[in-house]
Design a binder for this molecule. Structure first.
Ligand code: SF4
Ligand code: SF4
Length: 194
């Protein structure tokens, strides 16, 4: 009996001197791994135009049916992206998303990427359906809020040739210190801890 007693407390004592793995959340949120699959971002070209062309490939690739895209036609007066089409409506339903990343693999323009943001708890299901305005990357200095004409060239090719050396806003942009300040559309900066 006495042996069982000391054996039980032995387990407790052996844990008392181990390294503490609990974190002081939410005051000191743990830093996620660099390639952690968190909240999505819809990126922009360096002039502020949207990279999304409303092709719906991400929606078709999604195994959880979490993405809804409705394409629209760009016109010379109302241009949101280079080329013919843009995403008139774009939504991701985070009650469905399993963060598998298949959507970002399918995206032909590297418009859709994933950030490290994991603080996605909301009070209602409705709030977990993120709209295009919430998903769009904030404007960097030098970028202009669409709609506006193409600034990088006369055709959409000018946006894609050499794009890797001038990538515009890319994954993780929303965690940058300027993200909150440059949220120009008046929307809430989507629960980001900066
Ligand atoms: S990460 Fe996976 S589940 Fe979530 S929207 Fe993309 S494809 Fe769908
Ligand atoms: S995010 Fe990419 S795959 Fe999805 S509609 Fe836009 S361009 Fe197409």
């Amino acid at each position: 009996m006495a042996f069982e007693f000391f054996k039980g407390f032995g387990v407790t004592f052996s844990h008392m001197f181990r390294k503490v793995i609990t974190t002081d959340y939410p005051f000191k949120p743990p830093v996620s791994a660099p390639r952690y699959h968190g909240r999505h971002i819809l990126n922009r070209h360096p002039d502020g135009l949207e990279k999304c062309i409303g092709c719906e490939l991400c929606a078709w690739a999604c195994p959880a049916d979490a993405i809804y895209v409705e394409g629209g036609d760009n016109t010379e007066e109302q241009r949101f992206s280079p080329g013919e089409r843009y995403a008139k409506t774009y939504q991701i339903n985070y009650t469905r998303c399993i963060f598998c990343g298949l959507c970002i693999e399918a995206c032909p323009t590297r418009s859709l990427t994933m950030s490290n943001e994991y603080e996605l708890a909301r009070d209602s299901r409705q709030d977990l359906i993120f709209t295009k305005e919430q998903l769009l990357a904030p404007l960097l200095p030098g970028m202009e809020q669409p709609p506006h004409p193409m600034r990088l060239g006369d055709s959409e090719k000018d946006y894609y040739v050499g794009a890797l050396t001038n990538p515009g806003t890319s994954a993780g942009a929303e965690r940058a210190p300027w993200a909150e300040a440059s949220q120009v559309d008046g929307s809430e900066p989507t629960g980001v801890t900066l």
